[in-house]
Design a protein around this ligand. Structure first.
Ligand SMILES: CC(C)(COP(=O)(O)OP(=O)(O)OC[C@H]1O[C@@H](n2cnc3c(N)ncnc32)[C@H](O)[C@@H]1OP(=O)(O)O)[C@@H](O)C(=O)NCCC(=O)NCCS
Length: 159
């Protein structure tokens, strides 16, 4: 990892949670389906960091400042007959965009996926987030015909 000068991509640790919360706040402000809720995102990050066998959380760091992150979690796909990865939380700090952080993070999760025998990576992006859609296209991701549906569960404690 760390292919780009001055930018080091490494697995996240608990001490990165505060910086990652700042990044998630940026991200959730862009994605209409999400509302930033610090306690929930803090809890989610802690759960992700605790379950490393089936997940990976990466941060991009420059001069000891975390300026980007992304996460990957695995599920079993009957279509693929094996594990696939769901990529989420892809974000670079506004002042650091366009310097290879986003593409570096995607390369790094792809590398993790390869080492763990994943057969496909997938992600969801806000249909109005043209910047991100163009970015993924440039990184050779392809759009599918699937759309995302959800159902909030009664026992959910989130709004
Ligand atoms: C999308 C995002 C993660 C990209 O990260 P980044 O560090 O700015 O992207 P990079 O510098 O690695 O760019 C990689 C390539 O994509 C291109 N690219 C980046 N943004 C682009 C855009 N808006 N339109 C077209 N191409 C774009 C770059 O030009 C670069 O191409 P190059 O290698 O030929 O120069 C970043 O812009 C971001 O954090 N956006 C806000 C959060 C967000 O929308 N996240 C996605 C949620 S699904």
């Amino acid at each position: 990892m760390g292919q780009y000068p001055d930018i080091n991509i490494r697995p996240a640790v608990s001490a990165d949670i505060e910086d990652m919360l700042v990044l998630l706040k940026e991200l959730f402000a862009i994605e209409e389906d999400f509302t930033f809720n610090e306690p929930l995102q803090r809890q989610g990050l802690a759960l992700l960091l605790a379950g490393r066998q089936n997940s990976c959380v990466l941060v991009a760091e420059t001069k000891r400042q975390v300026v980007g992150m992304c996460s990957l979690q695995t599920i079993i796909s009957t279509a693929e007959g094996g594990r696939v990865g769901i990529v989420e939380d892809v974000v670079a700090a506004p002042a650091w965009r366009g310097r290879g952080i986003g593409s570096g993070l995607l390369e790094a999760v792809e590398e993790w996926a390869g080492k763990h025998g994943l057969r496909r990576l997938q992600l969801q992006a806000d249909s109005g987030n043209h910047q991100a859609l163009n970015f993924y296209k440039k990184q050779n991701w392809t759009k599918t015909r699937l759309v995302c549906w959800q159902k909030r569960l009664k026992h959910s404690n989130s709004s």
